[in-house]
Design a protein around this ligand. Structure first.
Ligand SMILES: Cc1cc2nc3c(=O)[nH]c(=O)nc-3n(C[C@H](O)[C@H](O)[C@H](O)COP(=O)(O)OP(=O)(O)OC[C@H]3O[C@@H](n4cnc5c(N)ncnc54)[C@H](O)[C@@H]3O)c2cc1C
Length: 237
């Protein structure tokens, strides 16, 4: 894949300990919603045994003007350097990679089961489907500990308003009083409440390995054929 040096345009805190970085899109750069890229820190002031490269999903959709990625800010050398990176600095981008992309057949529904930082490629896919006005029926169950931990809530709510084929189901483990979404962890009865025919959709599971494993177990127990699931595991969490 082509390798580019790209400029950091903006950094935003988008949830508790979660930072989005906006990178200038290289001329002619094309990708599919859901794909990821490898970011290399150039000449970083510190490093550790994990090195200077991390894979991040492209959280902006292809139609959006710049490239955006988001990450949980843990106390690792890579994240410390990324957090302190000045606007205008360059990083190396090796992209696009991956096949965690929306299926073509618009008659087959899509169900996304994710949580926490696993939302990144899902945001891109749903943004692009909404922009393209595809006919896919899409349901997203998005689990977080609290609303403060959940990135891109306003974006997802706006896609649900704009796209009548998209159902957004936020799930909070610890919800404040007055919370109108689902409470607890994603489980079989919650899934059944939002997916009328469990055998019909293609399921997309995404996030840290433990999250993907838990969702895969849930689908196995619900009798969903493994052929109808697609996964993107964020190794390293
Ligand atoms: C296809 C793909 C897409 C990805 N997309 C994203 C994305 O969109 N956003 C994103 O944030 N990440 C994404 N990742 C994961 C990302 O590449 C990093 O692995 C991850 O962000 C962790 O990096 P780190 O610097 O925090 O930890 P590392 O320094 O890589 O951690 C190394 C090891 O130390 C452990 N460790 C380090 N710090 C802690 C801590 N505080 N608590 C517990 N254990 C710790 C980790 O478990 C790990 O085993 C993706 C990975 C893949 C493969």
């Amino acid at each position: 894949m082509p390798i580019y040096n790209v400029k950091l345009m903006r950094k935003d805190i988008v949830a508790h300990s979660t930072m989005a970085i906006h990178l200038a899109k290289p001329k002619g750069f094309e990708f599919k919603a859901g794909q990821f890229g490898d970011i290399t820190l150039l000449d970083p002031p510190e490093t550790d045994e994990e090195g200077n490269i991390r894979g991040f999903s492209l959280a902006h959709a292809p139609y959006e003007a710049d490239l955006m990625m988001a990450t949980r800010l843990r106390d690792t050398a890579f994240k410390r350097v990324l957090r302190a990176l000045p606007i205008g600095a360059e990083v190396k981008l090796d992209a696009p990679y991956g096949s965690f992309t929306l299926h073509n057949n618009e008659r087959t529904p899509a169900v996304f089961l994710t949580g926490g930082i696993g939302i990144t490629p899902v945001r891109s896919i749903i943004a692009q489907a909404t922009h393209d006005k595809t006919a896919h029926r899409i349901t997203l169950l998005y689990a977080n500990k609290t609303p403060a931990d959940a990135a891109f809530m306003a974006d997802l709510e706006s896609y649900a308003k704009a796209n009548s084929n998209f159902t957004f189901v936020p799930v909070m483990d610890e919800a404040p009083g007055g919370w109108r979404g689902e409470r607890g962890l994603i489980n079989a009865s919650m899934l059944a409440r939002h997916v009328s025919d469990l055998k019909a959709p293609i399921y997309y599971l995404c996030g840290p390995a433990a999250m993907v494993a838990a969702m895969r177990k849930l689908l196995d127990e619900a009798g969903v054929d493994e052929d109808n699931t697609r996964t993107e595991e964020f190794s390293g969490y």
